[in-house]
Write a protein that binds this ligand. Sequence first.
Ligand SMILES: [Fe+2]
Length: 139
Amino acid sequence: MPADRRVGLGIDAQRLERGRKRLFSLVGQLAEAYSRRSGRPYLTKKLATIIDVALAQFAAEEAAMTEAGYAHLASHRAAHGEVADHLTEIAADYRVDARDFIIAEFAEFFRDWLVLHGAAHDAPFLACSGTGANWARCA
Ligand SMILES: [Fe+2]
């Protein structure tokens, strides 16, 4: 597809941003629940919710990137897959051995990942996919 036809793709960037904010909020709730020493059932459920929401967010981003013909989709998808696997492993560790530090590790790791991934990978796509954006700079 010629670059000039990709300008202003109309990707729902606001929806994707809302999804990212929801993930930050959930991770904050998890950290707060950890500091309040919430019970294992609550924390286990919160971990599962965060993973479900993260997977839905990753799928929404990847669908938008697929629709846009985004050049960096494969590497972005790989980054999502790696972090999803790691989060799933941490949650599985907690199910086996519900030690508090695992919750703290999950919250800190995922919050940092969201910040770094968002700045380095999500933001460039969103900046290039909104109405009036210059897609040619992103290919
Ligand atoms: Fe992403």
